[in-house]
Design a protein. Structure first.
Ligand SMILES: [Zn+2]
Length: 142
């Protein structure tokens, strides 16, 4: 839903027009922020304009934001701003975090080479208990 924001036009019949307006209203709170990720106790994105935006999210999202391997990455998050100016990252299953690298926008995942198991949060492999590898990919096959 967030990804479609802004792409819809007001063309079409009246009913569709109303639906689009309602969607557009919903889009006002949807946002994304890009900057340099400062991992640590309190994850922060440092934007190009010098702002420091505190990041929050669900448990898995927070684990990714704490991942030292992503420190100083050119990072982008999708979600919404809280009234306080802090940023709420979208749920982990909506794949709301990206790393920009070599002109590409990459999804963040974790891979166990031994078991060929992919996860979306850092930690031990659910199968062999080995530490999973950070794996940045343009697309992820289901
Ligand atoms: Zn494994």
């Amino acid at each position: 839903m967030v990804a479609r924001c802004g792409r819809d036009t007001l063309e079409g019949d009246v009913l569709r027009g109303i639906a689009v307006v309602m969607m557009a209203a919903g889009c006002l709170t949807a946002a994304s922020v890009r900057g340099k990720l400062a991992t640590g106790e309190k994850p922060v994105l440092k934007t190009a304009s010098g702002e420091a935006v505190r990041l929050f999210g669900d448990k898995a999202t927070m684990k990714v934001l704490h991942d030292k391997r992503l420190r100083d990455a050119d990072f982008e998050v999708a979600g919404r701003f809280r009234a306080s100016g802090e940023f709420e990252v979208g749920p982990i299953h909506e794949k709301s975090m990206f790393v920009h690298k070599g002109g590409k926008k990459l999804l963040i995942s974790y891979w166990c080479e031994v078991c060929s198991i992919r996860t979306y949060e850092p930690g031990q492999c659910m199968c062999c208990q080995e530490e999973t590898e950070l794996d940045l990919k343009e697309t992820i096959d289901p």
